[in-house]
Design a protein around this ligand. Structure first.
Ligand code: NOJ
Ligand code: CA
Length: 687
């Protein structure tokens, strides 16, 4: 491991105002300066071209103290770091962290307040954060505003979600920045369980932009700890983005104690879309793993008593006597899922609707709803524990809180203790609906602390967490790898509600998934929901595209979401889901254009096996799959799962063809993908 640290004191007083920093390969250049008024400013260039022009930094402290002007430079320090680390689970088994750092220490003339800003410049982008050192005149304060700005160089194409304090489940809209104000109200009409739109025109992070000359810019944050989530105000005419921290309902945008710091503000930059997907910048900016023994943290491929709740076939979470509905989380039914999981080599079965409280789950803002230790009478915990263990299957616990969060924290230790006593080592948490305490939003600081507390507490019980409706991830899975996945975006459940656009999964790997793995729950084979009842929804993809998602949507937690009977009708195609790995040594992004297509190959961790997933939006296309990622000098057999000739997501989604082909590292395959179609390939080395 190469580990080089160079520490140099550059300047002590504010004699020289502008400081520059280059990325290790010199492509990116950061300039930091103080204006005459002592305002901190930064700009960023890529290959000699400005991408972020002079932009402001700093805060307002409540009620009205500026922490964004009147500063002088007290010192600045540069450092280079080049090291390699190993994630517990991931897209790569080795990640290189190579960056140049600039730390500037600022002090305000009139207040003596001290603010530090730390920049890290990588070959693939910039991260910077504010640090609030302990100091004599400032101890506790409340943030009124963060002033960080991103002054863009044009009317870029944006892949955006409207800013909302309570949800990330909007579809992505693609438009120019200038068009956003005229589109945003309409986009916000999307029916979602809890919504708190910002009053002004603002968008969420991760935000992806593409400039007219083909540069991709990705904005997000890393290591969101004890701070509210970052959204971005948009001044569309000036192409200006400014920080918009999620407030609580008192309007406070962060309660800070000096000694603390902000999350990293991140900008990933490249003129090649594939680099955005391949970037590890956000993980690199997170703290190393805090869990000493990680041997219990394992990838999980699972099935579950889940999709049947969405298709309109009569299954319900709630157990009600004398109801004509079917309470699906009953012992016999769960045993069938365990059998199916065991027959097909899955690791686990998720069961939703097992615990008391669901009969009241639509109660808006009700505080005490669920018990996380009391099952319904038809769910035999001990019997299922023993049965699952006898078949080598784990059960995944479900904790839907409907956002009654204080109640959940009260029960948390008992709930985790109950899980461990009954053989569960993974939990899916859920935060549907408005938050209790009623002062909070899903993405406010108090809730950020809650999600992090649950992940850390779960780690102390050796429990893995898959959170739904939590604040979107910011790379914290590096620090808490037991936080194995999150939803925090529009997932497969929407195939049964208002739908998913065919381009959706060509965008998420560029946006949401940059923060961490997504529990997207792919694998729907029967996409015509009218077969079950009166749900008219139709799946937005071909069957083969559903297979490809296991490769393109990175997650060490992958569900085969459809009903067992639908897999039994297509066991040949199901084989891909059974085979595909969930944890990887290496990832090769072969083709990528956000909103259009994506082809990714990955090497299974510790195995001579590779998997390829290629997907397209509603346009048919020809994927060009170059197998030069395979080691030379060996022969391989590829099993190719392709859309059938007549495949089309609207008319023939289930048309597919499976073939086998001998390949080596010089092979290039041209493969046609149907409209909203895909290709999935599994590759094994010939013996
Ligand atoms: C929303 C989650 O995303 C979904 O997976 C879950 O089944 C429901 N909430 C019920 O908890
Ligand atoms: Ca959800």
């Amino acid at each position: 491991m190469k580990h080089l640290m160079l520490l140099s004191l550059v300047i002590l007083t504010g004699l020289l105002r502008a400081q520059t920093l280059s990325s290790p390969n010199g492509n990116l250049q950061l300039t930091f300066s103080l204006t005459e008024e002592g305002e901190p400013m930064y700009s960023l260039q890529y290959k000699g071209k400005m991408v972020i022009a002079d932009s402001k930094m700093g805060f307002t402290i409540m009620p009205a103290t500026n922490l964004n002007a009147g500063f002088e430079l007290k010192g600045s320090y540069k450092m280079e770091k080049d090291s390699v680390w190993q994630p517990v689970l991931g897209e790569y088994s080795q990640i290189r962290d190579h960056h140049n750092e600039l730390l500037v220490k600022l002090q305000q003339w009139n207040t003596d307040y001290v603010l530090h800003i730390r920049f890290r410049l990588f070959d693939d982008g910039l991260g910077f954060r504010y640090e609030f050192p302990e100091q004599p005149h400032l101890r506790h304060f409340a943030i009124g505003n963060e002033h960080t700005a991103f002054k863009l160089m044009g009317n870029h194409k944006a892949f955006w979600l409207p800013a909302d304090y309570d949800t990330n489940e909007f579809p992505t809209t693609i438009s120019s920045l200038e068009a956003i104000p005229s589109l945003i109200d309409k986009v916000r009409e999307e029916p979602l369980a809890a919504k708190s739109p910002t009053e002004n025109v603002a968008v969420q992070t991760p935000l992806l932009l593409k400039t007219d000359d083909g540069l991709y810019l990705h904005f997000h944050e890393a290591a969101l700890v004890d701070f509210p989530a970052l959204m971005l105000n948009l001044n569309a005419q000036e192409h200006l983005l400014t920080a918009h921290l999620v407030p609580d309902k008192n309007g406070v945008r962060g309660y800070i104690q000096t000694g603390g710091m902000s999350p990293w503000r991140t900008i990933i930059v490249s003129d090649d879309a594939r680099d955005i997907i391949a970037s590890n910048l956000i993980l690199n900016l997170n703290e190393p793993c805090k869990i000493e023994d990680t041997s219990w943290i394992k990838p999980i491929k699972y099935v579950g008593v889940w999709w049947e709740y969405f298709i309109g076939g009569g299954s319900t979470w709630a157990y009600k006597e004398n109801s004509h509905h079917y309470h699906a989380a009953n012992t016999q039914h769960v045993m069938k899922y365990i059998d199916f999981a065991a027959t097909h080599g899955f690791d686990a079965v998720l069961v939703e609707g097992w615990n008391k409280g669901w009969e009241d789950n639509v109660a808006y803002y009700k505080e005490h709803i669920y018990s996380f230790t009391e099952p319904y009478p038809d769910f035999d915990v001990a019997k299922l524990r023993n049965y699952a263990a006898s078949k080598g299957i784990k059960l995944i616990m479900h904790h839907e809180t409907t956002s009654s969060v204080v109640d959940y924290e009260r029960q948390l230790h008992q709930a985790f203790d109950f899980m461990k006593r009954n053989g569960y080592d993974a939990v899916k948490t859920g935060y549907v609906g408005p938050i209790i305490p009623r002062s909070e939003y899903h993405d406010s600081q108090w809730m950020v602390n809650h999600y992090n507390y649950v992940a850390a507490t779960a780690a102390s019980y050796k429990i893995m967490v898959n959170s739904h409706e939590a604040v979107r991830p910011t790379g914290l899975s590096r620090t808490y790898p037991n936080w194995i996945a999150q939803e925090s975006a529009r997932g497969t459940e929407f195939e049964s509600f208002t739908g998913i656009a065919p381009n959706h999964t060509t965008i998420l790997p560029f946006t949401r998934i940059k923060g961490g793995a997504m529990d997207y729950t792919p694998g729907i084979f029967e996409g015509d929901l009218s077969l079950y009842g009166d749900n008219k929804a139709k799946l937005s993809s071909t069957l083969v595209k559903q297979l490809a998602l296991y490769v393109t949507m990175y997650s060490p937690l992958q569900m085969a979401a459809d009903l067992p009977e639908n897999y039994e009708k297509h066991l040949d195609a199901f084989q891909f889901i059974k085979d595909v790995a969930t944890d990887w040594d290496d990832t090769y992004v072969l083709e990528a254009e956000p909103g259009a297509y994506l082809t990714i190959a990955r090497k299974a961790k510790g195995k001579q096996e590779w998997y390829v997933g290629g997907i397209t939006n509603e346009e048919a296309r020809q994927a060009v799959i170059d197998f030069s990622f395979l080691p030379a000098g060996k022969n391989y057999t590829a099993t190719i799962y392709a859309d059938g000739k007549d495949a089309d997501w609207r008319t023939q989604p289930k048309s597919y063809k499976i073939s086998s082909k001998k390949i080596h590292h010089k092979t290039i395959i041209k493969q046609r993908l149907a409209p909203s179609g895909g290709v999935a390939i599994s590759i094994k080395e010939d013996k």
